[in-house]
Ligand binder design. Structure first.
Ligand SMILES: NC(=O)c1ccc[n+]([C@@H]2O[C@H](COP(=O)([O-])OP(=O)(O)OC[C@H]3O[C@@H](n4cnc5c(N)ncnc54)[C@H](OP(=O)(O)O)[C@@H]3O)[C@@H](O)[C@H]2O)c1
Length: 324
């Protein structure tokens, strides 16, 4: 097998494409031939030693992938050789093969494309958990999505629309705004050329959004929060811009608003039954065409460094997927 190896977590440049012995699955594991692996924001952080999870060195990065089971370890009874699965295990995806924890593998229905499967779990699970579970979004409410053309942002647009909400998508270029419209956003704001606060006020006739979905943080958090509607819910999803913002708590008081943390990874660990039910519902929504990952482009696995550079340039719309 071949894989991108991180021996020295100083960044993408230090990754090397190496030939490694193909491992045999231990108890509770399966050996997967990887067909596709998508890039998620933590994949950049983990190879820079900046992510909360710090794997033992050396490791193969690649949090989310899909492939075909080649061998199953002892005690694995619910999966079999030849089965197609998707998995989000945190590492291991950027190679030709990996050992995956069987409990984390999601069996794929017949015909589920590998590229979509590799780009599915993280974005939809996060956005569903955020909007449905944490924000209790209702049909007819208005949702403002920041970073709306990114991975979790595109998923948030599709899920909010599937729930009957009105979506205002905010992003940094006109091209990104156009992409958001094409996948269902009702209104868009280019926050590089418009004042976010003024534009949200105008588009909501002063009422403000009921739910704000924020995977960006940085300088947009406070102006966005200042627009929130009475009884609004502000979803703290991530900090793609870098700085972790602070919010004056009087703003929450004045609007009767809630600041709601979203941590899908821990939700999945702490509440596995609720997570499994959610994933089942999302698979059904995919089957009915309510949701479909936005794929920016697919690249051969060997071009991982080019893919990271594209992601780092803030140019990606939806998801980048590496394929074998
Ligand atoms: N809480 C959770 O459970 C959870 C789960 C998954 C992901 N996350 C977090 O959510 C965030 C977004 O993840 P993602 O996979 O959607 O990432 P992504 O596809 O790269 O999208 C991030 C978006 O953030 C915006 N952005 C603003 N400043 C940026 C900067 N300096 N560098 C890069 N992007 C910047 C970009 O949109 P514009 O150019 O339009 O501004 C970009 O499209 C990350 O912080 C990630 O760790 C959290």
């Amino acid at each position: 097998m071949h894989a991108w190896l991180c021996e020295n977590p100083t960044g993408v440049d230090a990754l090397t494409w190496k030939e490694l012995p193909t491992p045999q699955p231990k108890a509770g594991e399966v050996l997967l031939e990887i067909k596709a692996a998508s890039l998620n924001f933590p994949d950049i952080l983990i190879v820079q030693n900046k992510y909360q999870m710090k794997p033992a060195l050396p490791f193969v990065p690649g949090s989310e992938y899909a492939g075909v089971i080649q061998a199953v370890g002892e005690g694995v009874s619910h999966l079999k050789v030849g089965q197609h699965v998707a998995c989000l295990s945190g590492t291991g995806g950027f190679g030709t093969h990996t050992l995956a924890p069987a409990a984390m593998c999601m069996p794929l229905p017949d015909g589920f494309p590998m590229v979509d499967a590799a780009a599915f779990i993280m974005i939809y699970a996060t956005s569903y958990h955020a909007l449905v579970d944490r924000a209790q979004l209702k049909a007819g409410e208005t949702v403002l999505v920041l970073g709306a053309a990114g991975g979790v942002g595109t998923a948030a647009i599709q899920i909010a629309k599937a729930m009957g909400a009105r979506v205002i998508a905010a992003a940094s270029t006109d091209e990104k705004c156009a992409l958001c419209k094409s996948i269902g956003a009702d209104l868009t704001i280019n926050y590089s050329t418009q004042s976010l606060r003024d534009a949200v006020k105008l588009l909501t006739e002063g009422k403000g959004p009921d739910v704000i979905y924020d995977p960006v943080g940085g300088d947009f958090a406070e102006p966005a929060f200042r627009t929130i509607a009475w009884r609004g819910r502000y979803l703290v999803v991530g900090f793609a811009a870098g700085p972790i913002p602070s919010l004056p708590l009087n703003l929450a008081l004045l609007k009767g608003a809630s600041i709601v943390g979203v941590f899908w990874g821990d939700f999945a660990k702490r509440e596995p039954k609720a997570n499994a039910a959610m994933m089942g519902e999302l698979a059904q929504w995919y089957g009915k065409g309510k949701i479909k990952p936005v794929i920016d482009s697919t690249l051969p696995m060997a071009q991982l460094k080019e893919a990271f550079a594209h992601m780092g340039s803030r140019g990606v719309k939806g998801k980048l997927v590496m394929v074998n």
